[in-house]
Structure formats: structure tokens, C-alpha cells
Design a protein around this ligand. Structure first.
Ligand code: BTN
Length: 257
């Protein structure tokens, strides 16, 4: 049976509207993808700040062409769209991760560049897209958080779920917890850039001191992020600043008998 979710739209609006004039909250039972919908609206010139939540997505998108579908109650799925004009866009997804992770639980970690992890398993993902309309650049910040434990569905590592850390929490309560901190993080990033977030990211960095392999094959040991949000990787050729790559944690070599 589909669970009834009581979305605290008014409380979210009250917490966020002072930070974001003209802000509205919209909850839909189902849509293809909250990111796709807000990108369609931005391209059509609908540029007012909005938080769009969907209880189910039929064509939800993750990074690198992956899917992010979800059924009511299983996953919190929303996108925040707003006009944004930072001097430098680098590190926006990391700042969003910091805001979301800090609002959820002290034990939530960050895996560069876009994931929230708990106990070496993915808890949440972030997908940021931008649209330009006239002179204005609009950011669409999509967030998916696993709420209830689910089947691994072919994944080698089952995803983490927020209810493992916060028993009884539902998608609506999670959204109320994170909406205002997310907007605060985005607004702080717009005016100050990533630098003030670096130490906060590093405090939750799950890759630190671990052997990592980058998508281009480079291997090394992760050493946190710098003030631009680049991942520092100590390789055989010295310290590298990684700005765009996928990172996998290299499996430990099996212990010798
Ligand atoms: C990732 O980990 O690859 C990013 C996942 C982002 C999923 C969210 S769910 C709400 C929003 N709408 C989408 O289609 N994707 C994002």
C-alpha cells in the first residue's frame, strides 16, 4: 500500500522564504524527474525559486546517465531551482553536500564530488544542472536521499538508508531538516565561494587517506579537498589536484594467508 506522506510544506516555506524571496514549495505525487521539470521551466523563462518534491519519479536521473527512480516513502527526491551568480562555480556540489550532510546526522560522510555516504555505502546523491535564460543563470540542484532500506537490486554494495541512522524518520521529516540548511549553504557559496566549506567538507571526507583510483586510471591516496574543491591525490608523480573525474575506492588487497 502506498504510504501517506504528510509534507510540511508550510514549515519549509517559513524556514526558507526569508532566505530566498519569492520562494515556493511544490509537492507532486509523480513526475518524470524533478530536475528535468525545473530545467524545462527555466528554459521557458520561469525563473522564480522553487523547491519541487516528487513522491515518485518515473525517469529520475543520476549522474553519468544513471537512473534515480523512487517510490513513495523509499526515497526523498527533490530539486531546488534558483537564480545563482557566484563568481566561481567550482565546488557548488561539494558545498551542497556539506549543507545536506550537516543537517542530517554527524555520522554522514561525503564522498567527493557528489555523494553522501554512511558506513561505506551511498546514502544520497546530488545532481546539479544549470540553464541560462537571457543574462541570468539558473541552478537546478537535485537531491535524492535513500530513506528506507531497500533491496540491493543488482548492486554489489546495498545502499545506506537514513532510517538506519535515524530510526523512524520519513521523507517529509528529512526534507524539513535539510531544506533551510541547503538553501543557506547555496547562498553562502554564492557570496563566499567554496573556501569556507573546505574544512567542513574535509571533516566528513570518507576518502581521506584511502587508496583511490580515478576514472582516468590514476591511482594514489586521497588527501582531502583544497579551497577550490579540487580533490588532492598523492600519486607516484606527486600531489595532483583533481577537478573532474570519478573516484573509486580501491579494494584492499586480500590479506596473505
Ligand atoms: C547521483 O547520485 O547520481 C545523483 C542522484 C540525484 C537524484 C535526484 S532525485 C531528485 C532529482 N531529480 C532527478 O531526476 N535526479 C535528482
Amino acid at each position: 500500500m502506498t504510504p501517506v506522506i504528510r509534507w510540511p510544506a508550510e514549515a519549509i516555506w517559513e524556514a526558507v522564504a526569508p532566505l530566498l524571496p519569492g520562494f515556493t514549495v511544490e509537492i507532486l505525487p509523480e513526475i518524470d524527474s524533478t530536475n528535468t521539470e525545473l530545467m524545462r521551466r527555466a528554459r521557458a523563462g520561469r525563473l522564480e525559486p522553487v523547491l519541487l518534491v516528487a513522491e515518485a519519479q518515473t525517469a529520475g536521473r543520476g549522474r553519468l546517465g544513471r537512473d534515480w527512480r523512487g517510490t513513495p516513502g523509499e526515497s526523498l527526491m527533490f530539486s531546488l531551482a534558483l537564480p545563482l551568480a557566484p563568481a566561481d562555480w567550482s565546488g557548488l556540489s561539494l558545498a551542497v553536500g556539506v549543507g545536506v550532510a550537516e543537517s542530517l546526522h554527524p555520522a554522514v560522510g561525503l564522498k567527493w564530488p557528489n555523494d553522501l555516504w554512511w558506513q561505506d555505502r551511498k546514502l544520497a546523491g546530488i545532481l546539479i544542472e544549470t540553464a541560462t535564460f537571457g543574462a541570468q543563470r539558473h541552478a537546478v540542484i537535485g537531491v535524492g536521499v535513500n530513506i528506507a532500506p531497500c533491496e540491493a537490486a543488482g548492486l554489489s554494495t546495498p545502499p545506506a538508508a537514513l532510517q538506519e541512522l535515524l530510526p523512524g524518520i520519513d521523507a517529509a521529516q528529512a526534507l524539513l531538516r535539510l531544506a533551510a540548511p541547503l538553501v543557506q549553504a547555496v547562498k553562502a557559496f554564492e557570496s563566499l565561494g567554496f573556501a569556507p566549506f573546505a574544512a567542513r567538507f574535509n571533516a566528513r571526507d570518507v576518502l581521506r587517506d584511502r587508496a583511490v583510483t580515478l576514472s582516468d586510471g590514476l591511482q594514489g591516496t586521497a588527501h582531502g579537498v583544497d579551497e577550490s574543491g579540487a580533490l588532492l591525490v598523492h600519486t607516484a608523480a606527486g600531489m595532483k589536484q583533481v577537478t573532474s573525474a570519478e573516484v573509486s575506492v580501491r579494494p584492499q588487497a586480500p590479506a596473505k594467508p
